[in-house]
Design a protein around this ligand. Structure first.
Ligand SMILES: [Zn+2]
Ligand SMILES: [Zn+2]
Length: 268
């Protein structure tokens, strides 16, 4: 059974033509699902040769907008594309509130679109499941399990452990260096981990004590990948100003294994 992932977006909230907001398309045989749906995800999904109508399951890591901003457009596009089954959306506590607000935001547009159908059409529906560490989604040998990470000041940020066909892909979500992630990522075939280089961060009004509790710089990522004994370390969530060769060099200080600096549409 084939098992793989396409990085749909490897950027941050800052608009970057080369890096869309966070989003990942997983394929297990014929089954497809996504984790996160950041700005630009819908466009990248098309570029990856997929479309929203074939996705019935979407997981969210946390509620920073760079991880969910395309959720409304995704939902409407999926519905226009002919998928009238409810979307199964899973994520931390607070997800129902986010979805309620998104549906209000899109109600007018959805009503316009319902008016022009030849047959009566129900508005799009979402089944929300608020999950926590310990929950495991299972589907034909695939498991998707959230685990707690640390991303100040978010209350319940998740990484996800995805296992199928005897392989393990771990996605960090947004996090500072985190022991629980290292445990979950032990011997991962692929560790897709955020990588925010403090030195090129240009925001001046952010509290200086925030970064170390929110994000992971490349040198620390090298330590994490080494402790987890990851078979491949893939970076994501990178600032526009970060130079891939520099990131690679800093990760290499502590990690001897294969490193891939993530790019949008990279497929593993
Ligand atoms: Zn975040
Ligand atoms: Zn983020």
């Amino acid at each position: 059974m084939s098992f793989g992932v396409t990085l749909l977006g490897t950027g941050t909230p800052a608009p970057d033509p080369n890096r869309a907001g966070a989003s990942y398309l997983f394929r297990v045989g014929d089954f497809r699902f996504m984790i996160d749906c950041g700005p630009g995800a819908l466009l990248r999904l098309g570029q990856a040769g997929a479309n929203a109508a074939e996705i019935d399951h979407l997981f969210i890591t946390h509620f920073h907008l760079d991880h969910w901003a395309d959720l409304g457009p995704f939902l409407v596009r999926r519905w226009i594309g002919g998928n009238r089954t409810p979307l199964n959306l899973l994520g931390p506590a607070g997800l129902q509130n986010l979805v309620d607000n998104i549906l209000v935001l899109h109600r007018q547009d959805i009503d316009y679109r319902r008016k022009i159908r030849t047959e009566p059409v129900e508005p799009p529906k979402i089944y929300v499941t608020e999950i926590e560490e310990g929950f495991v989604f299972e589907h034909q040998g695939l498991t998707v399990a959230p685990f707690d990470v640390t991303h100040y000041p978010i209350e319940q940020p998740f990484g996800y452990r995805v296992e199928a066909a005897g392989h393990k892909i771990v996605l960090s979500g947004d996090t500072c260096p985190n022991e629980n992630l290292i445990q979950n990522a032990q011997n991962a075939d692929v560790l897709i981990h955020e990588c925010v280089e403090y030195g090129v961060w240009t925001a001046t009004d952010i509290r200086s004590d925030h970064m170390q509790y929110a994000h992971t710089p490349p040198e620390e990522l090298g330590r994490i990948a080494a402790k987890a004994q990851a078979r491949l370390c893939v970076t994501t969530h990178m600032l526009s100003a970060s130079v891939p060769a520099n990131l690679h060099q800093q990760i290499r200080r502590h990690f001897a294994g294969p490193i891939a600096i993530g790019q949008d549409l990279l497929t593993l």
